[in-house]
Design a protein around this ligand. Structure first.
Ligand SMILES: *Cc1c(COP(=O)(O)O)cnc(C)c1O
Ligand SMILES: [Zn+2]
Length: 421
């Protein structure tokens, strides 16, 4: 049980999301009483922050250190991730008939996905808890995020991932020196394996036994968007979903900003849309069919491999959040995803992997269904870089011809340019 010894610390306790049982903030992630997941609870009363607190700090997510679960700043393992651009997407907005569209471009992180947020916090906590090794179960991006932070922390790193994830993601993770355990199975198989390893060895698996700390990193995606919009709440957030952890964490972040008085009480009526790829959309499916349970997808089949979790750990919580936040849910298919990747690249100069295509395709669907008003302020979370998954668009970006190095050949290809008047 937590006691007064934690009252001068930031983290008050780990609290069960289901039965409210309270635990010491250690390496623990499941409630002994009910097997529910544990969340970090802060001594919010003793956290003194205002909008100005953050304004002049380094441009990475550690600027929110008061709200991250690391007690001693010397344990921070940082690659300067976070504070990625909130890009005004006026060209794409025009094409869709919207007026205020923003891209939170989290593909611009050190390992090119948003996973640097949760992985960096979890590896830092592993250091604080004096663990000797870290690892993760990954659909692709977490592998590199964990491996890179482990390198910086000088810790060995063990990755569990399906063997058939994108080649670029495997090569990247291996480059950081991680041990890549390629599993002949789905993400859920890899995750189960990592869980069993966590039980037997003193390894911090960032999204398993360090999960309460891990998800805290993702909530900075909410803080940053608010800060970048001068603390004005947007009307609508569109979020890609795999396990549901990030969506849930963004909601937790919004609520904390309200509890701390950084945004007004009535400012929290934002709508949240969840986006998954058709072929692995268990959360979208439950939401659309008004079910309270998630029916796992046994064999995920979507080009959005980073979102391909058939049995999402935080699925029911993401579902509850969608209902709490007046949500929508969409599950675009592979063709829509590829179209959307190219649409974002060609209108805004931002090249995303299929997870980002899922988000833009969901946005497009909502506009077509009349579910987004043209005056709404909409934020799309783009969470991974296009170079991580070029196979997905291969068919659409072929070289059409090869020319001899002679100007006559090229003149016939390039249309005559009119002078600018
Ligand atoms: C992991 C991941 C997500 C979603 O993660 P959750 O498991 O729902 O937290 C979204 N986009 C990308 C690119 C990812 O790698
Ligand atoms: Zn419990």
């Amino acid at each position: 049980m937590s006691n007064s010894s934690n009252s001068n610390k930031k983290v008050k306790a780990l609290r069960c999301r289901e039965c409210n049982a309270e635990y010491e903030p250690m390496l623990k992630y499941i409630c002994d009483e009910c097997l529910g997941p544990l969340d970090v609870e802060y001594n919010l009363d003793s956290i003194k922050v205002s909008r100005n607190t953050f304004a002049y700090r380094a441009k990475n997510y550690w600027r929110y250190i008061e709200l991250l679960p690391i007690e001693d700043a010397r344990n921070i393992v940082s690659l300067d991730a976070g504070f990625t651009p909130l890009h005004r997407a006026d060209n794409l907005a025009d094409a869709l008939g919207l007026k205020h569209l923003y891209i939170k471009n989290d593909s611009m992180n050190p390992t090119f996905s948003f996973k640097d947020r949760p992985a960096g916090v979890a590896v830092s906590k592993a250091k604080e808890l004096r663990l000797n090794a870290v690892g993760c179960a990954s659909t692709g991006n977490l592998a590199s995020a964990t491996a890179a932070h482990a390198s910086k922390a000088k810790m060995p790193c063990y990755i569990f991932a399906p063997y058939n994830i994108e080649h670029a993601k495997i090569a990247q993770a291996l480059s950081y020196g991680a041990e890549f355990i390629a599993v002949d199975g789905t993400y859920d198989d890899a995750n189960r394996l990592a869980m069993q390893v966590a039980e037997h060895m003193n390894i911090g698996i960032v999204n398993v036994n360090l999960r309460p700390y891990y998800v805290e990193g993702s909530k900075t995606l909410a803080y940053e968007v608010l800060e970048q919009l001068s603390w004005n709440m947007p009307d609508h957030l569109i979020i890609p979903v795999a396990s549901g952890a990030m969506l849930n964490a963004i909601c937790k972040g919004l609520e904390e900003m309200r509890m701390l008085g950084l945004i007004n009480n009535d400012d929290i009526d934002v709508r949240i849309t969840a986006a998954q790829g058709k072929g692995c959309a268990p959360i979208v499916d439950a939401f659309k069919n008004n079910r309270d349970e998630i029916i796992p997808v046994e064999n995920p089949s979507t080009i959005a491999k980073s979102l391909a979790i058939g049995d999402p750990g935080d699925g029911i919580y993401a579902l509850r959040r969608l209902r709490q936040f007046n949500g929508y849910a969409e599950d675009p298919d592979d063709d829509e995803i590829v179209d959307a990747i190219l649409m974002l690249a060609r209108h805004e100069g931002i090249f995303t992997e299929p997870a980002g295509g899922v988000v833009i395709a969901a946005l497009k669907r909502l506009v077509e269904q009349g579910k987004i008003d043209k005056d709404e302020h909409v934020v799309c979370y783009i969470t991974g870089n296009g170079l991580k998954a070029i196979d997905a668009i291969d068919d659409r970006v072929k070289i059409s011809r090869i020319v001899k190095p002679m100007v006559e050949e090229v003149l016939s290809i390039i249309p005559q340019q009119q002078p600018h008047i």
